[in-house]
Structure formats: structure tokens, C-alpha cells
Design a protein around this ligand. Structure first.
Ligand SMILES: N[C@@H](CCC(=O)N[C@@H](CS)C(=O)NCC(=O)O)C(=O)O
Length: 207
């Protein structure tokens, strides 16, 4: 059994999609971020970062529990556990891990900045808003270029690179730029990935 500490954000859905895709049995602990539930001692004892998504696999390596935080680490762990969605070929695996990192550490922070200055900031800071919007445009442009060449993000197979990218491409893009109409290849890929039953189930967890 796996505990999934999560909420209804793009990052949270990345892990619920993966758990559904591999048919894992898991239970959901949902945190209301605006109420700062994720900063309560019960959760800080699980993950001192106080951030979701986090999993606790009660049947981890050697049968001992293991806690894993962060979308890229969690998806890699689950792919290795299930032996799915992460190729063993060195070259292909490196390509998947590269895209996994691009989404986690380039695209994710671009959207995090867009959310911070475009939605959360109590005052309007045009320079910061413009900076992050342009960064998001650049990131979407890179994904578009890649998906003009390949069926899935890291090649011809569906992998954890697609799992990590999908919620950003649908949830975050709805916020900015609004839709994928300027990115036809990304839109084609989003329809393909979004048709997967595991993706559809995962996008409903926790709500
Ligand atoms: N690098 C982390 C980012 C996780 C993250 O940004 N989590 C947000 C919700 S989507 C969070 O827990 N925010 C609460 C906080 O920082 O106080 C990942 O890849 O999972």
C-alpha cells in the first residue's frame, strides 16, 4: 500500500496519474494548501519540505517503508518498481530522464513564477509578469518543437516524461496562455495522452 500526500494541482496529478497507470493500490491524503494544512506537524514529520506530492510506500525496497518527495523522483521510483514507462536501454532511458528533468526543473518553475506573479502577488508587477509569461512561451515552444519530431515527448513510446508533462500542458496552460491553439503538435500529443484511461482516472485524484 502506498500513501499519496497530494492536492488538486498539476504537480499532484502527475503522481496520481502514475499510480493509476501502474495499477498501484494507494490511499489519498488531501491537503488544503490555502489553509496551510501541509505545514502541520503531522505532514512535516513525513516530509520536512512540507510540500506535495509525497508518497510513502509501505512496501518499499527490501519490504521496508520508503518516503519519496518530488515529481521526478516519485515517478522514477514508481517506474522502477513497476518496471514500466522507463526504458532500460541506456540511450533511451537518458532521453526520458532528460525530459523528466526539463519538466521538473525548467517548465515547472516557469509556471510557478507565472502563478506567483500572475495570480498570487497582492500587487501587480508588470516586469515580473512579463518575464514569466515569456519564459512559459519559450518552454511551450521547446515542447512544440520536440513533439513535431516525435509521437511522445521522449520518442515513440509513452513514458514518465509524458506523465510528468501532461498536467502542466493542460492545467497550467489553462491559466496561461489559456489553451494550446498556438501549439498544434502539443495539442495533438495532449489529446493522445489525455485519452488514456489511467490519465483520465489520475486527473480526478484527489478531486
Ligand atoms: N519540486 C516539486 C514541487 C512541488 C510543489 O511545488 N508543490 C506545491 C504544490 S503544487 C506545494 O506543496 N506548495 C506548498 C508550499 O510550498 O508551501 C515537485 O517537483 O514535485
Amino acid at each position: 500500500m502506498i500513501d499519496l500526500h497530494t492536492t488538486n494541482t498539476a504537480n499532484g496529478y502527475k503522481v496520481s496519474i502514475m499510480l493509476e497507470e501502474i495499477g498501484a493500490s494507494y490511499r489519498v491524503i488531501d491537503y488544503a494548501l490555502p489553509q496551510l494544512e501541509h505545514l502541520k506537524p503531522e505532514f512535516l514529520a513525513v516530509n520536512p519540505m512540507g510540500r506535495i506530492p509525497t508518497i510513502v510506500d509501505h512496501d518499499g525496497p527490501d519490504g521496508r517503508p520508503l518516503t519519496v518527495y518530488g515529481t521526478a523522483a516519485v515517478l522514477t521510483y514508481l517506474a522502477e518498481k513497476a518496471k514500466r514507462f522507463l526504458p532500460s536501454d541506456w540511450r533511451e532511458r537518458t532521453r526520458v530522464l532528460e525530459w523528466l528533468g526539463i519538466i521538473a526543473s525548467d517548465v515547472g518553475p516557469a509556471y510557478s513564477g507565472q502563478f506567483t506573479f500572475g495570480v498570487l502577488a497582492p500587487e501587480r508587477l508588470p516586469w515580473a509578469i512579463d518575464y514569466y509569461q515569456k519564459l512559459c512561451d519559450r518552454m511551450l515552444g521547446v515542447l512544440e518543437q520536440q513533439l513535431a519530431r516525435t509521437t511522445y515527448l521522449a520518442g515513440e513510446e509513452y513514458t514518465i516524461a509524458d506523465v510528468i508533462a501532461y498536467p502542466t500542458a493542460v492545467v497550467s496552460v489553462k491559466r496561461y496562455p489559456g489553451d494550446l491553439s498556438g501549439y498544434p503538435h502539443l495539442a495533438r500529443w495532449a489529446t493522445l495522452v489525455g485519452a488514456r484511461p489511467g490519465v483520465q482516472r489520475g486527473m480526478k485524484v484527489p478531486r
